[in-house]
Design a protein around this ligand. Structure first.
Ligand SMILES: *Cc1c(COP(=O)(O)O)cnc(C)c1O
Length: 396
C-alpha cells in the first residue's frame, strides 16, 4: 500500500488546480504587462485571481494582494518591510516565536545583524503562545509582531484574533505566516486585525513556486526583488499568471470544501493518535485538540526519527521526521525543542500530515507499521538498551 502522509511538506495538485494551470498555460500565455490583446487577456485572468484571493481572505481591496514566489518570499518581504519601514520612526524591536518557520527565523537573524532587536517568545507546553506573553513583550519601540497561524511541525494553532486585537490596540503591526492554515482554518484579515499575511499555493493543492503576501493598504512594502514595476512596483519579475490562477482556484476550492474536508481529516487524525497511543514511552507533541486537522506529531523514545521514516518508506508510507526543510541536517527539530520537548524525545519524532484524500484503511496500515518499526529499532538500539537496564532515565 502507498500512503502519502506528508501534506505539510507539500500537497498534490488538485484537479481544479491542474486544469486551471493547463488552461492558462495554453490560453493565457501573454504577458499581463503588455498592452496588446494577448497581454490584456492574461491581465484579466490575473485581476480575476487577485479578486478571488482577496475574497478568500476577506481583504478590503484586491490591491492588498501581492503575488510572490511562495511562502518564504512573502515572509521575507513582510518582515523586511515592517522593520526597515518603521526604523525611521525609531521602532527597532521585533517580536516573534521560537517555533516559527526558518523563513521567519532566518530573516529575523538577518535583521538583527542590521541592528534590530528581536524577542523570540516561547510557547506553552501545548505549542500555543500565551497572549499575555505577547502583551508583556510589546515595547514603545516595537515595530512588528509576527506569529504563525498554525505550526507546520506539530500543528499548534495560535490565538491569532486575540493577538491581532492586542497589536491593533497597541499600534503595532501584525504579520502572520498562514501557510499551514489556508484552506484548513477560517481566515479573515479584517476581523482578525491582520496587517500582513503569507500564503503558499503548494500547501493547499496548488502548484509550487507561487504564493501571496497580503499587506493592508497603508503599509509600504519594500522590494526584495528589484526590476520591473510589476505588482505595483513591489515585486519585480514577469508575472506567473498560470501559477497565480491555479493558486486562486485551489484556494477557492479548498475554502468551499473546508468543512467537509476538515471533518474527514480530523476523524483520521484522531484515529491515528489513538492507534499510536498504546506504544510505551511515546507521546503526542502539541495540543490534542487545538491542532491542525491533519497533523499528528509523535515522539518515540530510544529510536531515531530518521530510521523510522526510512523504514516506513520501505512499506510505502511517506511521512516526515521534523520538517522537510531540516531534513538535510540531523539536528533535532527546533520546533519541538522550542516548545520544551526533551532532546531525546525530539530525536525520535515523526510527523504525519494527513488530508481528506487519506482513508481509514491507510491510517490503520500506518498504525500497524509504526508499531512494527518502533519495536524493531528499539530492539537494536543501544540507547533503548540503556533505558531498559535503568542506566538511563526515561524522559517520556
Ligand atoms: C512551507 C512553509 C513555508 C514556506 O513556503 P514556500 O512556499 O515553500 O516557500 C513557510 N511557512 C510555513 C509555516 C510553511 O509550512
Amino acid at each position: 500500500m502507498r500512503v502519502y502522509a506528508d501534506n505539510a511538506a507539500t500537497t498534490y495538485l488538485s484537479d481544479v488546480a491542474l486544469n486551471t494551470l493547463l488552461d492558462c498555460l495554453k490560453n493565457y500565455n501573454g504577458n499581463p504587462n503588455s498592452l496588446h490583446t494577448d497581454g490584456q487577456i492574461a491581465k484579466e485572468k490575473l485581476d480575476e485571481s487577485r479578486e478571488k484571493v482577496a475574497k478568500a481572505l476577506n481583504a478590503a481591496k484586491p490591491n492588498e494582494i501581492y503575488f510572490t514566489s511562495g511562502g518564504s518570499e512573502a515572509d521575507n518581504q513582510a518582515l523586511i518591510s515592517a522593520a526597515r519601514g518603521l526604523v525611521k520612526k525609531g521602532k527597532k524591536h521585533l517580536i516573534s516565536l521560537n517555533i516559527e518557520h526558518h523563513a521567519i527565523l532566518h530573516t529575523l537573524r538577518k535583521l538583527e545583524k542590521e541592528g534590530f532587536e528581536v524577542t523570540l517568545l516561547k510557547p506553552q507546553p501545548n505549542g500555543s503562545v500565551d497572549v499575555k506573553d505577547v502583551e508583556d513583550a510589546i515595547r514603545e519601540d516595537t515595530a512588528l509582531v509576527s506569529i504563525m497561524f498554525a505550526n507546520n511541525e506539530m500543528g499548534a494553532v495560535q490565538p491569532i484574533a486575540e493577538i491581532g486585537k492586542l497589536c491593533h490596540e497597541k499600534g503595532v503591526l501584525f504579520h502572520t505566516d498562514a501557510v499551514q492554515a489556508a484552506a484548513h482554518l477560517p481566515i479573515d484579515v479584517q476581523a482578525m486585525n491582520i496587517d500582513m499575511l503569507s500564503l503558499s499555493a503548494h500547501k493547499f493543492h496548488g502548484p509550487k513556486g507561487v504564493g501571496v503576501l497580503y499587506a493592508r493598504n497603508g503599509i509600504r512594502l519594500i522590494n526584495v526583488i528589484e526590476g520591473g514595476a510589476q505588482e505595483r512596483g513591489k515585486r519585480a519579475g514577469t508575472i506567473n499568471v498560470p501559477g497565480i490562477a491555479a493558486l486562486a482556484a485551489a484556494l477557492e476550492d479548498g475554502i468551499e470544501h473546508m468543512e467537509e474536508n476538515n471533518a474527514k481529516t480530523i476523524a483520521l487524525r484522531d484515529r491515528l493518535i489513538k492507534g499510536l497511543s498504546d506504544i510505551p514511552y511515546s507521546q503526542l507533541n502539541g495540543d490534542p485538540v487545538k491542532r491542525l486537522p491533519g497533523n499528528v506529531n509523535y515522539s518515540f523514545e530510544g529510536v531515531e526519527g530518521e530510521s523510522l521514516l526510512l523504514a516506513l518508506d520501505m512499506y510505502g508510507i511517506e511521512c516526515s521526521s521534523g520538517s522537510a526543510c531540516t531534513s538535510e541536517s540531523l539536528d533535532p527539530s527546533h520546533v519541538l525543542i522550542g516548545m520544551g520537548v526533551p532532546i531525546e524525545a525530539a530525536h525520535g519524532s515523526l510527523r504525519f500530515s494527513l488530508n481528506e484524500e487519506n482513508t481509514e484503511e491507510q491510517v490503520d496500515y500506518i498504525i500497524e507499521k509504526v508499531h512494527q518499526v518502533v519495536e524493531h529499532y528499539r530492539k537494536i538500539s543501544p540507547f533503548w538498551d540503556e533505558l531498559e537496564k535503568g542506566e538511563r532515565e526515561h524522559v517520556i
